[in-house]
Design a binder for this molecule. Structure first.
Ligand SMILES: [Mg+2]
Length: 377
């Protein structure tokens, strides 16, 4: 089998009303997604999505004409490219999708087949008041979710702690509570002051009484020693690494005991290949592996396959914050949005590969809205 072309389509979904994510400097009025299709002379087409793939045109010739299943080679090539250009991991996910299709097996089975699914936690993205969040949390319990992620922003710590208290008061122990401080990395142009180790320690000490499952990204990536200090003095698990720039950034964080929970997103950081290897290292060190999934339904599925395949968990992130962030918005390019079962389990699709079914009409429509598709041959 040979790669005959790699086609990118940039989609843009208008968001009306807009959605204000806690980590964004301003409200999102559009939601962008880039679809990667790897076309082959066998007629199989692998699909991936996640990072923007901006600038990939300069590197496409390094892949066209080659065997798509030589994924070890391609993952290594993408790693070297990422030093100079973008994080083109959606291409690698599309190659794994092709491998699954060629074998007639879901990707999770090729990665170890550890479980058929992972219990989901709802990942809220916006900041709301405690009364609203108490109501929202009760709805999550009735929908089957096993946990919820709350955002706490610097400068609004009292509000964030009040949300955690209100949620715990209404859900008791029926829902795990996760808190994300979103300090490891920044959105482009964000120069606002964040948490230092002293600030983060104060926040975590206030959260401890509410029995949070983990605190996520309390400090910038550079402060590995600070993260280790936080987990050691608080006894609260520290998580991070969703957007790590390199495999070794997370390997070193793991070796230096900075993290209890490793979270590289396979379509934004490390790829499927790197994340699988890191997951093995983490699990063998008695740490957790559960990837970030906050892109779109294709990215969510890619991460689910890795998490379920290697035996990650105990929960997996399900971006969900209605009415602002719904499966319909998140998965607007899919024939059916990805959903959890009534038992709260996010199940691995049974179809070969990633199990992505595109809504080609929606793809064509929203690609037009974003401008002409970028065809790369
Ligand atoms: Mg996060």
């Amino acid at each position: 089998m040979r790669i005959t072309g790699i086609r990118l389509q940039q989609l843009r979904l208008p968001l009306d009303p807009p959605f204000l994510a806690a980590w964004d400097p301003s409200p999102r009025r559009t939601f962008e997604a880039t679809i990667v299709r790897v076309e082959t002379d066998a007629g199989l087409v692998g699909v991936g999505s996640g990072d923007t793939m901006a600038g990939f045109d300069d590197y496409v010739q390094g892949f066209v004409g080659r065997d798509p299943l030589a994924i070890g080679r391609h993952a290594r090539a993408l790693e070297t490219i990422s030093f100079h250009a973008g994080r083109y991991w959606p291409l690698e996910a599309a190659l794994w999708d092709l491998l699954g299709q060629a074998c007639g097996e879901p990707l999770a089975r090729l990665l170890g087949g550890f479980s058929a699914g992972v219990p989901a936690y709802a990942s809220w993205g916006s900041l709301k008041d405690p009364g609203q969040r108490a109501e929202d949390a009760q709805a999550l319990v009735s929908e089957g979710f096993r946990g919820v992620k709350v955002r706490i922003a610097p400068g609004r710590v009292d509000d964030g702690v009040a949300v955690v208290a209100a949620v715990r008061a209404v859900v008791g122990d029926t829902l795990e509570i996760i808190v994300d401080l979103n300090q490891w990395w920044r959105m482009p142009g964000d120069v606002a002051r964040g948490f230092g180790p002293v600030d983060a320690r104060r926040v975590i000490e206030r959260l401890r009484e509410f029995g949070v499952l983990w605190v996520e990204e309390p400090l910038p990536a550079v402060d590995v020693a600070g993260m280790r200090m936080l987990r050691e003095v608080s006894g609260v698990r520290v998580a991070g690494g969703e957007m790590a720039g390199t495999f070794d950034e997370l390997r070193l964080a793991l070796e230096r005991d900075a993290l209890d929970v490793l979270q590289p997103d396979v379509v934004l950081a490390l790829g499927v290949s790197g994340a699988r290897t890191l997951a093995d290292l983490a699990l063998r060190r008695n740490r957790w592996f559960t990837p970030h999934t906050w892109t779109n339904g294709i990215g969510l599925l890619a991460n689910l396959h890795v998490c379920a395949g290697v035996g990650g968990g105990p929960l997996i992130e399900f971006p969900y914050d209605p009415p602002g962030w719904t499966p319909a918005r998140r998965d607007f390019m899919l024939a059916e949005p990805v959903t959890i079962g009534p038992d709260g389990l996010l199940r691995v699709p049974e179809a070969p590969g990633l199990g992505v079914r595109l809504d080609e009409e929606a793809v064509a429509f929203y690609a037009r809205a974003a401008g002409d598709p970028v065809a790369v041959r």
